[in-house]
Ligand binder design. Structure first.
Ligand code: HEC
Length: 148
């Protein structure tokens, strides 16, 4: 059985209240608590359909603190790596890795093993090749599911 949680519905529920309510009920049915009202949508908050793959957990733990799509705990609209990549590509590529279609396992491995600017390198003892491949599969799936 495949199960997919869809997170980041704020812009949709803002635009279509009825659909938003239905989706909120679906989310509630999965055991997700929605405690706060949805924030207003903004251009810096892409909607990302998260894929339920093994790589998701690795991404959430190892990459999302810098590369996630949400706002920062400090109130910054984007997390640091997402903000940097948004500026770097000036709209030609999304800042959030989960929306990128050009990061296959080989490319990802290059950046993960070597680091880049503010991006730390990860040793194989910290993140195995198989785990990097799982993250690549996760990113490809989220980009597809999000229409990228
Ligand atoms: C401590 C914060 C931090 C963590 C953790 C981190 N990154 Fe990064 N990453 C960055 C920053 C900052 C950049 C932008 C570097 C630059 O171009 O100056 C970056 C760049 C990248 C790029 C290059 C994208 C491009 O087009 O230039 C890839 C790919 C990437 N990170 C993947 C990952 C993956 C996969 C993980 C988790 C295994 C991860 N990063 C973890 C901060 C981080």
């Amino acid at each position: 059985m495949s199960r997919r949680l869809i997170i980041g519905l704020a812009p949709i529920s803002f635009a279509i209240p009825a659909a938003g309510l239905a989706l909120a009920l679906v989310a509630a049915g999965t055991g997700l608590a929605i405690a706060q009202p949805a924030p207003a949508p903004s251009a810096t908050q892409p909607v990302i359909n998260k894929a339920d793959l093994p790589g998701r957990q690795i991404f959430d733990h190892q990459c999302a603190p810098c590369h996630g799509a949400g706002p920062g705990d400090d109130g910054a609209p984007m997390l640091p790596a997402t903000a940097l990549l948004t500026r770097k590509y000036e709209g030609n590529k999304p800042g959030a890795l989960e929306l990128r279609t050009d990061l296959d396992a080989e490319v990802l491995r290059y950046f993960v093993r070597n680091g880049s600017g503010g991006m730390p390198m990860f040793r194989k003892s910290e993140l195995t090749d198989a785990q990097v491949d799982a993250v690549a599969a996760y990113l490809a799936a989220t980009a597809r599911a999000s229409g990228g």
